[in-house]
Design a protein around this ligand. Structure first.
Ligand SMILES: NCc1[nH]cc(CCC(=O)O)c1CC(=O)O
Length: 282
């Protein structure tokens, strides 16, 4: 819709089913290969589609050959959301309450803050995950607020978690619009959808992730915000153990032009702290 109104172009949507949609395996066991992304990129490279819209957080950090990130539109709410049956917050759930999430990042941060809760592995789309709460099988689920908002169901959130305390996935709530690198006309057109602040923030968050992927398989969160009319970027990142016994969190402020360097330095310091706290080798 944004492209049609910006350019007058006619846009036809082509739905593509990906491995992430059809597999029941836990995402965390499927590797960082882009299970929601690969089939869509294949359709882009084969010419079946001309551009692709992904959830940015689903993209692997490795760059694909022949495909360019054409736009990062203005971000939806980046926070994680809690859905409970009766609107209770996490703080009010009793010990032993069952909280559904398939994300090691969410599980680790949840158990760190609320060690008495029980994490129940969970997969599926937002509708089916919330359904497990409505049916009484689970006391709560944690999902991306953006997922709720895109279904017009943000009102069903019982709680939106403070991103400084419960750090979202890198680029959560942002979209990544990709097209073929040689499609210069379309690249220029899609560029009109780009939101500079979102692009810079999401890139900084993903720079933390890319840097840590080399030395660390632990769950990672990263969240950036642009302040002072674009003059300052504040970046937080977290590593936990999956059982939530350890959590390491660091924050840095930097001019946006130096965001990548600052993100890498933050990642290195975070990993050193985390290894010290857990007794892991470097
Ligand atoms: N894990 C899959 C996934 N990829 C993007 C979103 C939500 C939308 C977004 O973050 O942009 C979700 C669902 C979720 O995390 O609850």
């Amino acid at each position: 819709a944004a492209l049609s109104s910006a350019s007058g172009a006619t846009v036809r949507t082509v739905g593509i089913t990906t491995q992430g949609d059809t597999s029941n395996a836990a995402i965390a066991t499927m590797g960082n290969t882009g299970v929601f992304v690969q089939a869509v990129r294949a359709a882009l490279l084969s010419g079946e589609i001309d551009f692709a819209v992904h959830s940015y957080k689903d993209l692997p950090t490795a760059l694909p050959e022949g495909i360019t990130l054409a736009a990062v539109p203005a971000r939806e709410d980046p926070r994680d959301a809690v859905v409970t049956a009766d609107g209770r917050t996490l703080e009010r759930l009793p010990a032993g309450a069952r909280v559904g999430t398939g994300s090691p990042r969410r599980a680790g941060q949840l158990l760190w803050a609320h060690p008495g809760l029980e994490v129940v592995p969970l997969r599926g789309n937002v509708d089916s995950r919330i359904g497990r709460v409505r049916s009484g099988q689970l006391d709560a689920v944690i999902v991306a607020a953006a997922g709720l908002a895109r279904l017009d169901r943000l009102a069903e959130a019982s709680q939106l978690l403070d991103p400084d305390a419960f750090v979202p996935a890198p680029a959560q709530g942002a979209l990544a619009v990709e097209c073929r690198t040689d499609d210069l006309g379309l690249l220029a057109l899609l560029g009109r959808l780009d939101d500079r602040g979102t692009r810079v923030a999401a890139a900084a968050e993903r720079a933390v992730l890319a840097r840590l992927e080399a030395g660390c398989s632990a769950p990672v969160g990263a969240h950036a915000r642009i302040e002072r009319a674009g003059a300052r970027l504040e970046l937080s990142a977290v590593i936990t153990t999956p059982d939530g016994r350890h959590r390491t969190l660091r924050t840095v402020a930097t001019p946006p032009a130096d965001a990548t360097l600052a993100a890498h330095a933050l990642a290195d310091a975070l990993l050193a702290d985390h290894n010290l706290a857990t007794g892991a080798g470097s």
